[in-house]
Design a protein around this ligand. Structure first.
Ligand SMILES: [Mn+2]
Length: 400
């Protein structure tokens, strides 16, 4: 059987709402034309409580897929929690973005209740094509520190006579080695023929217990980081040849540009930013462009002298632009901080003063995180303490 693995669709993702839906649709429609069954290891939705409009987008998409009914296999048996209401072989688990409190329905479960796909959380779904049987055990995204105890409780085991797939949605220590609560490859249950995971938004191909371990990555851009410049798509695994291939979709290109300034004027920096965007726009069709500006501005110039909004609007309709100015400093900044310390606030806004102080402290502490100080400042200044700590921890967890 050919099994398509399509993950992390993030339908409803506000920043790229249209891309998320268009690329999810493209991936699933393409997968349905190639494969006998489709696995979705989490994050179909971007939020645990999506708005009705977003739920409608997903219902329309999955209903049309089911009605086209071109998948070559069907669900033959379900063993586990609750029930499923379709034989149509799109088999899914909820991801961390869809996770709800125990006993509360999540949006993925709603699609399953409507018979649009099969939620195989903590259960085994067996699909059949002719004489061949493929069994999929699923574990939805759970808090990282609970994964090991969940696996001990559930004791997932392969089904004799079938090709067995273990599908889940977690961080893995070998891929993201910065948190001891993440599970290791060896913690995964032994005896399966294929391990399929979501959650991580770039493509990973590894080996677990001597068998393939595959993460297709997300179908939509979410983090504007270096690794996200790779093409988006999904994986098709062949259970007979035990081989797999990556199938690209026509996703929006992401271009990362850097501009370095050294005692430059605000207008020099603005024109460097403009030409780096022009270069990206010439080479790509309506790309997402992130420009990281670093270095120093000449004394007397401030980052706020650069008319970013005007720059962004010049490219309206031709590119989606994000400009990160957090690594750009004014040569006079040190003096400004001294002035602040001396109680001379001058005409800096409170926000600028806070930002300058934060940057000063971070650099004194040897801060090396990829989370830019501007983002950190927004979180810390705009959220309540508990929320701010949670948001910062989440960002750190995402950092590779
Ligand atoms: Mn995700």
């Amino acid at each position: 059987m050919k099994i398509a693995i399509v993950s992390d669709l993030h339908i409803g993702y506000e920043r790229f709402r249209q891309d998320a839906l268009r690329q999810a649709k493209m991936a699933l429609e393409k997968a349905i034309g190639i494969a006998d069954a489709i696995l979705v290891p989490g994050d179909i939705f971007d939020k645990r409580a999506p708005k009705p409009d977003v739920i409608a987008e997903a219902i329309n998409l999955f209903r049309d897929l089911r009605d086209s009914n071109t998948l070559g296999s069907e669900i033959a048996e379900f063993r586990g929690q609750g029930s499923i209401y379709t034989k149509f072989p799109i088999i899914a688990v909820p991801g961390t973005h869809e996770r709800t409190a125990a006993g509360k329905e999540n949006p993925l479960a709603l699609l399953s209740l409507a018979g649009l796909l099969a939620d195989t959380s903590e259960s085994t779904t067996i699909i059949r094509k002719g004489d061949e049987r493929v069994a999929v055990f699923g574990l939805g995204g759970v808090p990282e520190e609970q994964v090991k105890s969940e696996l001990l409780r559930l004791k997932p085991s392969p089904v004799p006579g079938a090709f067995n797939i273990f599908m889940f949605h977690q961080s893995i220590y070998e891929i993201l080695p910065f948190n001891d609560s993440f599970i290791h490859y060896d913690d995964l249950p032994d005896g399966f023929d294929l391990y399929v995971c979501g959650h991580i938004h770039n493509r990973i191909e590894a080996t677990v217990h001597g068998k393939p371990f595959l993460i297709p990555g997300s179908t939509v851009l979410t983090q504007l980081k270096d690794k996200e410049q790779e093409r988006k798509g999904f994986i098709v695994f062949d259970t007979e040849s035990h081989t797999h291939e990556f199938v690209e979709i026509d996703s929006r290109d992401f271009v990362l540009e850097t501009v370095k300034a050294e005692g430059a004027t605000a207008s020099d920096v603005a024109s460097s930013i403009r030409s780096s965007i022009e270069k990206a726009v010439d080479a790509h069709n309506n790309p997402v462009v992130r420009v990281v500006v670093s270095g120093t501005l000449e004394k007397g110039s401030e980052a706020s002298d650069i008319a970013l909004q005007k720059l962004v609007s010049e490219f309206s309709g031709r590119a989606e632009i994000e400009i990160d100015m957090s690594r750009l400093e004014s040569e006079g900044l040190g003096e400004s901080i001294d002035q602040i310390r001396a109680g001379k606030l001058g005409n800096m806004s409170i926000k600028e003063i806070g930002m300058a102080l934060l940057r000063d402290r971070l650099s004194a502490e040897g801060y090396s995180s990829k989370i830019d100080p501007q983002t950190l400042f927004s979180i810390l200044s705009e959220s309540k303490k508990e929320e701010a700590i949670k948001a910062v921890l989440e960002l750190l967890e995402k950092e590779k």
